[in-house]
Design a binder for this molecule. Structure first.
Ligand SMILES: [Zn+2]
Length: 304
């Protein structure tokens, strides 16, 4: 994967809350979900977030926009000549690419207008309209404030603990989260929650379908990513190689529920799956990538 060094990073699509007072400053991590047992805790907490429709329980003071970051230093850094050497600037540019894709793909595929959503960079802990969260939960999307949240140190963990290496894992993760935003805009997410309430026994199976669809949407973005451009029309990517795509597939595989259960030393139990097996995640990312068409991501209709 090569980024175009002439592409301009639009930092207005992110909200940098890593600075003082932006979350890390308080030094009081507010744990949510289960134990902090390494990656299992992380994934379980993510599941709690997703299955529970956000963290819900201690919803923060209305709006989540109560906290605002400061993009000044990020903007400075990313507009410098070698800005794209910086992890945060590259991630902001991935967000630009993903949203540029959906701006045209959503009306094309679903006849609906895309509404942009910011990605919040935080460190350690953050307050959201879905409640307070700490880094342990991993990246997530909060439907109540329409924001994607990520502590960028997650990528190190992804590489160190899950062995999911390679830079392309990063845009894959972000594209998956924006997939949830698209599901939110299309009403898929709300529909799924209602279905879960009507039929609690299939709650996990329904969650798997939602997750696999987000993987498939990420694949559709990956297929079309080289066509995305910044606001001046400069291409964002110079190239995305087969190796990048296999890295994304590899990441999808590494974060499959069965792989996670195995790593945690627990017996693999498909009834507990909420994100899908490695094979399923791989399969649906690949489907989105092969077709390049989000309409093909019909995990709900396909018995996935
Ligand atoms: Zn997800």
């Amino acid at each position: 994967m090569e980024l175009n060094e002439n592409a301009r990073v639009d930092t207005s699509q992110v909200d940098d809350r890593r600075g003082s007072g932006g979350g890390g400053g308080m030094g009081i991590p507010i744990p949510i979900g289960g134990g902090r047992g390494g990656i299992v805790g992380i994934i379980i907490a993510v599941l709690v977030a997703l299955v529970g429709g956000g963290f819900g329980l201690n919803a923060a003071t209305n709006g989540g926009g109560s906290e605002q970051g400061d993009n000044t230093s990020l903007e400075q850094k990313c507009s410098a000549e070698d800005g794209l050497k910086q992890l945060d600037c590259r991630n902001a540019l991935y967000v630009n690419s993903i949203q540029a894709y959906w701006r045209t793909a959503m009306p094309e595929a679903f006849g609906e207008q895309y509404r942009p959503s910011k990605t919040v960079f935080f460190s350690q802990n953050v307050s959201t309209a879905c409640g307070a969260a700490d880094s342990g939960v991993g990246p997530f999307y909060c439907p109540a404030d329409d924001l994607v949240y990520i502590d960028l140190s997650f990528y190190k963990l992804l590489a160190d603990q899950l062995g999911a290496e390679g830079e392309f894992a990063q845009p894959y993760v972000l594209a998956h989260e924006y997939g949830h935003h698209v599901q939110d805009l299309l009403g898929t997410e709300a529909q799924m929650r209602r279905q879960q309430q009507r039929d609690p026994q299939s709650a996990n199976a329904l969650s798997v379908k939602l997750e696999l669809q987000a993987d498939c949407y990420a694949g559709a973005w990956a297929k079309n990513a080289t066509g995305t451009a910044d606001d001046k029309g400069q291409k964002i990517f110079k190239s995305i190689t087969e190796q990048d795509i296999s890295q994304a597939i590899d990441t999808a595989e590494k974060i499959g529920d069965d792989a996670i259960q195995q790593r945690s030393g627990r017996p693999v139990n498909p009834d507990e799956f909420t994100h899908g097996s490695s094979e399923q995640r791989k399969q649906w990312f690949t489907k989105g990538f092969t077709t390049g068409d989000p309409k093909s991501c019909d995990t709900f209709g396909s018995g996935a």
